[in-house]
Ligand binder design. Structure first.
Ligand SMILES: Cc1ncc(COP(=O)(O)O)c(C=O)c1O
Length: 360
């Protein structure tokens, strides 16, 4: 492959460190578990973890498999496994790889009774209203007592997760905090509740450990206001102009001929499409940025390419790079065009796009 023709997602390490500082400023008394599941929200787990290892107190991933890959990156920090364990034999994998699983269902407590390996650390999860994972108050207290007595558990920490912390001053979230406090406050164990939105909006929820994900990557879970909080986008997605076409009025573009030139136009073909994780549905509403100018996407987005109107960009050349998201348009803007959220935009970016360190 000719590397010079690759699309790329440039990862800005200085922005990443800046965003960790923002978290530390907002939650100065808490330790920080960086959530790096799903390939660090599409940013490349290895790049992100290598950079953050000396800045944060631990990492969180979804599964044991992700945890093992993270250990292979030579990361020595505590690793939290958010989705917990799928079968009893995974306790041994946790011990071997020093992974700290979330115990969210009572049947997993029973598995511990059958486990005979070396002791592990665990997070015990309370269901404070999300109703996805987590135990009822009765199960939680019983599990806490059992894990406390188990020879196979070294340290138990307590956690829960928010359903809608991105809405400030919301009664549901207030209730989640008070439910968690009611069950956990008097227990002699470290506690964790806050995701990015709660770090930003709910200081009462910070406790001993905060668990930021999205905000580390420079995006506000509130949908707006990232710069007000001092967050800087970590990823810039760039695609190469692989050809220029000149159209006459009445010519059509691409599959289905959905766009007809209303005048003479110059069109740039970018070598990126839905096969790379970009959104086919945004044709006609979105733009890329080339030479700091908007280049509206026209015609259907296909698997490997898309066409943008560059009639007004005089200096355009084949080989130029276009920005699909970064400072502008932002990931949030792309999410709005696509009718989704920033999390999905980032996680969909496929392995075809090379992740590279753009700025140290
Ligand atoms: C249990 C848990 N904690 C923390 C996070 C981080 O959330 P955010 O990316 O909104 O900060 C997640 C993400 O899904 C999660 O599942």
């Amino acid at each position: 492959m000719n590397a010079a023709w690759k699309n790329r997602a440039l990862i800005n390490l200085s922005a990443l460190r800046n965003n960790v500082n923002v978290v530390q400023r907002l939650a100065p008394k808490s330790r920080l578990v960086a959530v790096v599941k799903a390939n660090a929200y599409g940013h490349d787990m290895e790049i992100v973890v290598r950079e953050l290892s000396s800045w944060v107190d631990g990492f969180a991933v979804a599964s044991i498999e992700e945890g093992i890959s993270l250990r292979e990156i030579d990361c020595e920090r505590p690793l939290m496994i958010l989705s917990g364990l799928c079968n009893p034999s995974q306790f041994t994998l946790c011990a071997d790889n020093r992974l700290d699983p979330v115990i969210h269902s009572f049947h997993q407590v029973d598995w511990i009774n059958a486990y005979t390996g070396p002791p592990i650390n665990a997070w015990l999860k309370f269901n404070s209203g999300m109703n996805r994972l987590g135990m009822t108050p009765e199960e939680f207290m019983k599990a806490y007592r059992m894990l406390g007595k188990s020879r196979h558990i070294e340290n138990v920490r307590l956690m829960s997760h928010f359903a809608m912390a991105e809405e400030p001053d919301n009664d549901f979230t207030k209730n989640q905090i008070s439910e968690f406090e009611r069950i956990a406050l008097d227990l002699e164990a470290e506690k964790s509740l806050a995701n990015s939105a709660a770090i930003m909006c709910w200081p009462d929820s910070h406790f001993d450990w905060v668990r930021p994900g999205l905000m580390l990557y420079g995006i506000s879970p509130l949908g707006t206001g990232a710069t007000d909080y001092g967050l800087r986008p970590v990823m810039e997605l760039q695609a190469k102009v692989i050809s220029l076409q000149y159209l006459k009025q009445g010519d059509t573009i691409g599959y289905g001929r959905t766009y007809t030139a209303t005048r003479s136009m110059r069109i740039a073909n970018l070598g990126i499409g839905y096969g790379d994780g970009y959104f086919r549905v945004v044709s006609g509403s979105a733009y890329a940025r080339i030479h700091n100018q908007n280049a509206p996407i026209v015609g259907r987005i296909s698997m490997d390419s898309m066409t943008v109107d560059v009639s007004h960009i005089r200096q355009i050349r084949e080989g130029d790079m276009a920005v699909l998201w970064g400072e502008s348009p932002s990931v949030d803007q792309v999410a709005k065009w696509a009718g989704t959220n920033a999390y999905e935009v980032l996680c969909r970016l496929s392995a075809r796009v090379q992740r590279e360190i753009g700025c140290e």
